[in-house]
Design a protein around this ligand. Structure first.
Ligand SMILES: [Zn+2]
Ligand SMILES: [Zn+2]
Length: 120
C-alpha cells in the first residue's frame, strides 16, 4: 500500500507509540489542524482492511495497533482496569475454524476479562 502524507503520519504515530491507540488518541496527539477526526477514522479503517493494523474494542472504543510479528491479546482486570499483555495462542483455533467451517480468518481481536492477581 502506498501511503498518502496523512496516512504516513498516522502510520508513523502508531509505530512510534507502539501501543493501541484510538482515533481520538491520535487526534489529540497530532498537531492541531493536521487532520480532522473523520480522516483519522477513515485511515484507520483502511489500514484495518489492508491488514496493517489490528483492532481491539474496549468500552465501545476501537483501539488500533500495527500488526507486527508480536501480536498480542489483553487480559483486562475488571477491578483495577489494568491491561495485561499476553501472547497469541489461538493459531490452532483459527486452523480449526478454517477446517470445520471453511471460513478463512484474516484477523481477529480478543480480550480476556476477569480479575488480576493483585486484585484477587
Ligand atoms: Zn486488577
Ligand atoms: Zn491473536
Amino acid at each position: 500500500m502506498k501511503f498518502t502524507t496523512k496516512q504516513k503520519i498516522i502510520f508513523d504515530t502508531l509505530d512510534k507509540f507502539n501501543k493501541p491507540l484510538s482515533a481520538e488518541n491520535l487526534f489529540e496527539m497530532l498537531d492541531e489542524g493536521t487532520m480532522n477526526l473523520s480522516t483519522i477514522y477513515r485511515t484507520l479503517e483502511k489500514f484495518y482492511q489492508e491488514g496493517l493494523v489490528s483492532r481491539n474494542y474496549l468500552d465501545n472504543t476501537a483501539y488500533y495497533y500495527l500488526t507486527k510479528d508480536e501480536h498480542h491479546h489483553y487480559m483486562i482486570c475488571e477491578i483495577c482496569k489494568k491491561k495485561y499483555e499476553m501472547d497469541c495462542h489461538i493459531d490452532e483455533i483459527i486452523l480449526k475454524i478454517q477446517e470445520e467451517y471453511g471460513f478463512k480468518v484474516s484477523h481477529h481481536d480478543l480480550n480476556f476479562y476477569g480479575v488480576c492477581k493483585n486484585c484477587q
